[in-house]
Design a protein around this ligand. Structure first.
Ligand SMILES: Nc1ncnc2c1ncn2[C@@H]1O[C@H](COP(=O)(O)OP(=O)(O)OP(=O)(O)O)[C@@H](O)[C@H]1O
Ligand SMILES: [Mg+2]
Length: 393
């Protein structure tokens, strides 16, 4: 990675860019150049290790971090990644909560069943996997502290919930000041949510836990996880629940980052509305069996296909618009890959549909391949871990 000192690169990373499209995101990447080759080597080796994921059981407690940590705070789940000798270990917890009125009776039941909760303003906030169980019991939906990728403006206790959910899967570090890298979204193209506020709130509570928190753009995390063999040059796209995050990286530098606040949840809602069924039902059918390469076999599948096509179209239209409206694209001598990741990229035929639609747009860089990440639900956490390892002292 000697090219880190490339002159072109320093020129590229120094630009300003506007709010929504081009950001020389060196600060959110963790600031400085990674100069320690040994750290970088270790981080690159970590990306080759097998990933072992664990759902956090209700009642089981978190462990303290021993080494750098990667953290994905997604609209659906929070995932912690750590490197062990022979594997990358992931722990996952639902990023949701449900409130019940405070009472002595509820307190006893919750404690007996080891349900995680905290108290605020006369309410018990049940968080993590148990939130969905309670929501089902009351025939309601669980609530989310992160909406469309960003701390929800309408949930007063959102930060408190995030802190509690994170604390349920990772404790404070064994070594004070341990590096923790967490993923943040790019600025939404048309959104109103503030990434700056989201990032700052998370940084504050992680700092209080004893970590040295650094942030990485979510699209950049995809690049860190998947494009080591391509000198971390290419386009990482995370198609999640609340948003799609896009990052053009050149030699590990995020040159362009942005997001659109439409992804899996948007597909479920729109498809559900179109055929008169709930988004929840659409979502479970989508996750269980959607194959975009086949003729639709019912109305729900047909609607899902329509809105997948619409999402891919919006993504590519934004790529074309943003990439062609900046002069910050580096001169890259060879075609670069695109990596798709996130749960929404998982159905069969999604990668192929993207590849086909890509032929209809014009970009200022040539694309070599469109790949699907090896483990789309865990790529962001893994990429954040690789960055944490590369940046830790
Ligand atoms: N097998 C699958 N097929 C289709 N969609 C899936 C599948 N598994 C998960 N999803 C969808 O992926 C989305 C969640 O993806 P992911 O976990 O990457 O998002 P997130 O990181 O929580 O959200 P965001 O990055 O937007 O904050 C949901 O919309 C979910 O329905
Ligand atoms: Mg995500």
């Amino acid at each position: 990675m000697d090219e880190y000192k490339d002159k072109d690169l320093s020129e590229q990373s120094g630009g300003t860019g506007d709010r929504s499209s081009v950001s020389a995101d060196t600060e959110s990447r963790g600031a400085e150049l990674v100069t320690n080759q040994e750290q970088m080597q270790k981080a690159a080796e970590a990306s080759q290790k097998p990933v072992i994921a664990e759902e956090k059981e209700i009642g089981s407690s978190a462990e303290p971090a021993s080494g750098p940590v990667g953290l994905d705070i997604g609209s659906s789940n929070i995932i912690v990644a750590q490197s062990r000798r022979d594997r990358i270990h992931l722990v996952k917890q639902l990023n949701a909560f449900f409130t019940v009125p405070k009472s002595k009776f509820a307190e006893r039941i919750l404690a007996k069943n080891e349900v995680m909760y905290f108290e605020s303003e006369g309410q018990f906030y049940i968080y993590g996997n148990a939130a969905d169980n309670f929501a089902n019991m009351f025939n309601a939906n669980s609530r989310r502290p992160v909406r469309e990728g960003i701390l929800s403006a309408s949930e007063e206790e959102g930060v408190h919930v995030l802190q509690a959910v994170t604390g349920s899967i990772i404790k404070k570090p064994k070594n004070f000041g341990e590096t923790l890298c967490f993923a943040i979204p790019g600025e939404p193209l048309n959104g109103t949510g503030s990434v700056v506020y989201h990032e700052s709130m998370i940084k504050t509570f992680l700092g209080k836990m004893g970590y040295t928190p650094i942030s990485i753009n979510e699209g950049m995390a995809i690049v860190m996880s998947e494009l080591g063999d391509d000198d971390y040059t290419g386009i990482g796209i995370s198609m999640g629940g609340g948003m799609c995050n896009i990052c053009l990286s050149y030699l590990s530098y995020p040159v362009i980052t942005y997001s659109i606040q439409e992804a899996g949840d948007y597909i479920d809602t729109m498809a559900g509305m179109s055929v008169g069924v709930s988004a929840t039902r659409v979502k479970s059918q989508k996750e269980a069996e959607l194959d975009l390469s086949r003729e639709p076999r019912d109305r729900i599948t047909a609607a899902l296909q329509v809105f997948y096509e619409s999402l891919i179209h919006k993504l590519l239209e934004s790529l074309q618009r943003i990439f062609n409206s900046t002069d910050q694209i580096p001169k890259i001598s060879r075609p670069i890959p695109i990596v798709l990741s996130g749960g929404t990229a998982m159905p069969k035929g999604c990668r192929e549909g993207f590849e086909k639609a890509l032929k209809t747009i014009k970009l200022p860089v040539e694309i070599s391949t469109v790949r699907l990440a090896s483990d789309p639900l865990n790529t962001t956490a893994k990429g954040a871990l690789i960055m944490a390892m590369a940046e830790s002292q």
